[in-house]
Design a protein around this ligand. Structure first.
Ligand SMILES: O=C(O)CCC(=O)C(=O)O
Length: 299
């Protein structure tokens, strides 16, 4: 085996059912890449619905820039409320210093979240379908609960980076049960900012937790990063290019990132995160659903 081959992602072809080889691969590597999981028609329907949602978004009213590199959004009430609604976050290079949009809103949105899977009929149908349930149960969920959903846009030229992280940092349960279901709505390549990861990196401990701190003087909840381990995360040195329709499962401790998109092609993805209803969901997590909006599973 040569070194170049060692650095290739393990890829599987979805044939309509989960195999033993797939679940083994997920548990060994901390991720599972399934080409052909969603059809072109499914991806196009989710893309069309995304465009419709952005059409209905009043960009002048909500000028919230999403910053993955820092946590400047963390104190934002808008961000906290997005746990239970469909909110829009802008690319930082899509607004000027006064916060005014300098791009058409269709190419200015960084991400949309975080309750699409419950509130939007098209995302709801995709998220709650049988093949998603089959995967969830096959990798070990007992009572899968759909917690958070996002469309991540990675706009041409200005698509922001997502810095290296483990998802359980943000969506912590005890025991840790968070899993990301990430779907390429368009081809994701090394040119337009596909994901990169650290195979078997989920065996490392959870590095940090993003926790609600004591409310500040203004009464607003503030989020802080709490270190849990001094160990460096293994490097995310394996690219996970994903043709349209590819689903990548991401273990909650699997380190991953995506670089900025400087290319002329967008890279839309739909990311849904699940936890197990049997685990304790941390009251310190940023994402707290409003009353009367319990998490759903598959029925
Ligand atoms: O889509 C991306 O670039 C990053 C997604 C991600 O980090 C996640 O879904 O956990």
């Amino acid at each position: 085996m040569n070194i170049a081959q060692e650095k290739q992602a393990v890829r599987h072809q979805w044939q309509g059912h989960v195999t033993e080889e797939m679940t083994q691969s997920y548990h060994n590597e901390g991720y599972l890449l399934l080409e052909g999981f969603a059809s072109r028609a499914e991806c196009e329907a989710l893309m069309a619905q995304t465009k419709k949602l952005v059409d209905g978004f009043d960009a002048d009213e909500h000028k919230v820039v999403f910053s993955a590199a820092g946590q400047s959004h963390a104190a934002s009430d808008y961000f906290m409320k997005s746990a239970s609604d469909i909110s829009f976050f802008l690319e930082k290079d899509a607004v000027d210093e006064a916060g005014n949009l300098v791009k058409d809103k269709q190419v200015a949105v960084n991400k949309i979240g975080h309750a699409l899977h419950d509130l939007d009929p098209v995302f709801d149908e995709f998220s709650h379908q049988k093949k998603m349930a089959d995967l969830a149960y096959a990798i070990g969920f007992k009572e899968p609960r759909l917690l958070q959903s996002m469309v991540i846009c990675k706009q041409p030229h200005i698509g922001g980076e997502v810095t290296g992280h483990q998802d359980s940092t943000f969506l912590y349960t005890e025991p840790q049960t968070c899993v990301g279901f990430w779907l390429a709505l368009e081809d994701a390549t090394t040119e337009n900012g596909c994901m990169w990861g650290a195979p078997a990196g989920h065996e490392a401990p959870l590095k940090s937790r993003f926790v609600r701190a004591q409310a500040g003087q203004n009464g607003q909840a503030e989020m802080v990063m709490e270190q849990l381990s001094d160990e460096d995360l293994p490097p995310c040195d394996v690219a996970l290019p994903a043709p349209q329709g590819t689903l990548i499962l991401l273990h909650g401790r699997f380190p991953h990132l995506s670089p900025p998109n400087h290319s002329a092609k967008s890279r839309y993805a739909y990311a849904l995160h699940m936890i197990d209803g049997l685990a304790d969901y941390a009251a310190e997590n940023w994402l707290q659903r409003k009353e009367g909006m319990p998490l759903k599973g598959f029925s």
